[in-house]
Design a protein around this ligand. Structure first.
Ligand SMILES: Cc1cc2nc3c(=O)[nH]c(=O)nc-3n(C[C@H](O)[C@H](O)[C@H](O)COP(=O)(O)O)c2cc1C
Length: 209
């Protein structure tokens, strides 16, 4: 089992990073492999809409996203985390998500017929962490929903969402008991979902189904 955590903030000791690491803890405690990715460490250009990926499910742009595609495909679950930047995800997170367009598959004759590659592979699970400075949920705008909708389109089922409000200074999430607890619980729920999947699979093979 492998879990991929993707941080869309450039503040490595910031709130998104702090909460992401808390969400990954339940996996580490169960000796499950995790990979923490700070998008700022990767050179990821924007999707240019060339549609060159549609036959092969591979993006033709040769940049650091090519290092992340295998990580995405190998992971059983993904956690996306982004600060609210003007009511939406950060530009780094947007570029990352857009570059996952190669995993969107459309019927050639009827583009209203489509699926995420993960659906063809049998479904995967995800969690989302959204962070903002203001106190009201509406002030984070579409940050969480933007990640949720994109993950769902890619064939992930999002089982937990953390919306951490009123966090501004880098790392002050560490002192926010509720945000830290929410992040831990999000990780735990994702872990339990994956464990349930394993149990069901074992039961199915035991029953020759
Ligand atoms: C460019 C920019 C835009 C922001 N837009 C919002 C916003 O729309 N709503 C909000 O509540 N906070 C906003 N913030 C504040 C950040 O979401 C907040 O400081 C968050 O804790 C940063 O997360 P980080 O520590 O992971 O980088 C913005 C910050 C920046 C730099």
């Amino acid at each position: 089992m492998k879990i991929l955590g993707v941080v869309g903030s450039r503040r490595k000791k910031g709130n998104t990073s702090t909460l992401m690491q808390e969400a990954l803890k339940p996996f580490k405690m169960n000796n499950i492999e995790t990979k923490l990715v700070f998008l700022d460490d990767y050179n990821i250009s924007d999707c240019n809409g060339c549609e060159g990926c549609k036959e092969t499910y591979k993006c033709v742009i040769n940049d650091d996203m090519q290092k992340l595609y295998p990580e995405i495909l190998e992971s059983d679950a993904i956690i996306l985390g982004s600060p609210a930047y003007f009511y939406n995800i950060s530009a780094d997170m947007k570029a990352f998500i857009d570059r996952c367009y190669c995993f969107e598959i459309f019927d050639k004759e009827d583009r209203s017929v489509w699926m995420g590659l993960n659906e063809a592979l049998g479904g995967k699970y995800a969690a989302v962490i959204a962070v903002c400075e203001q106190e009201r949920e509406e002030d984070m705008g579409f940050t969480a929903e933007s990640m949720i909708k994109s993950l769902e389109a890619l064939g992930y089922r999002v089982v937990s969402t953390v919306k951490a409000l009123h966090l501004f200074k880098a790392g002050e999430a560490l002192n926010d008991e509720k945000a830290m607890e929410d992040a831990k619980q999000a990780g735990e729920k994702l872990l339990k979902t994956l464990q349930l999947k394993e149990r069901v699979r074992m039961q199915l093979s035991k029953n020759n189904l």
